[in-house]
Design a binder for this molecule. Structure first.
Ligand code: PLP
Length: 417
């Protein structure tokens, strides 16, 4: 199809009428489809059902003799720290395991810093590469931390901007990063970005929140390589700069996974001392069950290939419909991720909220407008996060057709106005 800008007014009006008819017909179907959140589909969860009968009766003791049914072992059981240490690229001494949500660990890390360090003494800021993950932004809002938007491309955050901001402002104490298959753009941070983050001049208590939620979540034969930021930080003498987070929420069960925080031994000492005021020990049976189920890091990667087989056709469907309906018209761009849970769609400026509203009215619920930016304010009102994991393949076809009609209709209306 020709770019919209090359169409005459009459052609645009004819196209508008055609699209309006399609939209009305679509709405009349009375659909109720939901593409709002990146949740695993039931078939993905089924892959880990074996966990529910583990550990077997009488199997509750670690190799070192710890009785997992009892209190204690605040860092997590040794075999689980070894398994998830390998997953995060750190040694067992550099990782602590938490409950089912890494978000809790991130929240508590910020909360503790606000309560017990200089962070809480004066107003502070976080850098927020955007579009980004809405719940990171919610943590900042919750603690009154000012969010500073920085741009993103397929290699990660705009490092010129980041370096300039951080070097000139000591009140910037943190930065959110989703370094692999970023939410929502799918970007994988390049080695150069990792090195610059590790070495840039910044406040001594500046911390990178390295939320590697999608470390193994590839749609291809193997996960993309990602430079080890803890090692990079150690190499340049900034070992405490990074705190890494992860979980098995989208590997095993989102409601029964294992979360993890990793960093230098000194950083882990800090995490542990806060944790000791919160709990006498984590759910070690769940950790043991995960070790028995996955066995080793190869077991995790083999399992993630089964997830990829379920997710791949869903992502392909989204991309195929976007290309077929929107390709060549100059009205939208979108990402083609090689992993993670999202496709990030950019409409023409000032169209995203309208598209989301129209799609919702026609029975397709999308992530709220602005959600991928701090304070829910997308400065160009153009970003839409598409989450294809949960709906059935057939529903994705239907929903995406509806979304594509809305994008075209909003674009034609904009062009006409
Ligand atoms: N971090 C990112 C980037 C996510 O996209 C998500 C879930 O969508 C989470 C963290 C949530 O992780 P958890 O379930 O471990 O709290």
């Amino acid at each position: 199809m020709a770019p919209l800008t090359e169409l005459s007014i009459d052609d645009l009006k004819a196209l508008q009428a055609q699209l309006q008819t399609r939209y009305d017909e679509f709405s009349a179907r009375g659909l109720k489809l939901d593409m709002t959140r990146g949740k695993p589909a039931p078939e993905q969860l089924d892959l880990a059902n074996g966990l529910l009968s583990l550990p077997g009766a009488g199997d509750f003791t670690t190799a070192s003799g710890v009785d997992c049914r009892n209190y204690g072992g605040i860092d997590g059981i040794p075999e689980a720290r070894e398994l998830f240490g390998a997953y995060m690229g750190v040694s067992p001494e550099e990782i602590i395991l938490g409950g089912n949500a890494s978000l809790t660990l991130m929240h508590d890390t910020v909360a503790n810093a606000m309560q017990h360090t200089a962070w809480g003494k004066a107003p502070i800021k976080f850098l927020c590469p955007s579009p980004g993950y809405d719940r990171h932004f919610s943590i900042c809002e919750h603690f009154g931390i000012e969010m500073v938007v920085v741009g993103m491309d397929e290699h990660g955050p705009d490092m010129d901007q980041v370096e300039q901001l951080v070097a000139g402002d000591d009140s910037i104490k943190g930065m959110w990063c989703v370094p692999k298959y970023s939410n929502p753009t799918g970007a994988v941070y390049s080695d150069a970005v990792v090195d610059r983050l590790a070495s840039m001049p910044a406040a001594a208590d500046f911390r990178i929140f390295w939320d590697n939620a999608y470390e193994a979540h590839t749609l291809e034969a193997a996960p993309a390589p990602l430079k080890n930021i803890l090692q990079a930080c150690k190499d340049v003498g900034n070992p405490e700069r990074v705190l890494m987070f992860g979980s098995t929420s989208k590997i095993s069960f989102a409601g029964m996974g294992v979360s993890m925080v990793a960093g230098s031994v000194k950083s882990m000492n800090g995490v542990r001392s806060n944790l000791k005021a919160q709990t006498i020990g984590p759910d070690k049976i769940n950790q043991l069950r995960h070790v028995r189920f996955f066995k080793d890091i190869d077991g995790i990667h083999a399992h993630m290939q089964k997830h990829a087989e379920i997710l791949r056709p869903k992502f392909e469907a989204v991309l195929e419909i976007l290309e077929r309906e929107l390709g060549g018209q100059g009205i939208a761009t979108w990402t083609r991720p090689s992993g993670g849970y999202f496709v990030s769609l950019d409409t023409l400026d000032q169209c995203a909220a309208q598209v989301i509203q129209m799609a919702g009215d026609a029975g397709v619920k999308l992530t709220a407008a602005g959600a991928t930016f701090p304070y829910r304010k997308d400065p160009r009102d153009r970003n839409i996060r598409i989450a294809p994991s949960l709906p059935a393949l057939e529903d994705i076809h239907t929903a995406m057709e509806g979304v594509a009609i809305c994008v075209q209709l909003a674009s034609v209306q904009k062009q006409l106005s």
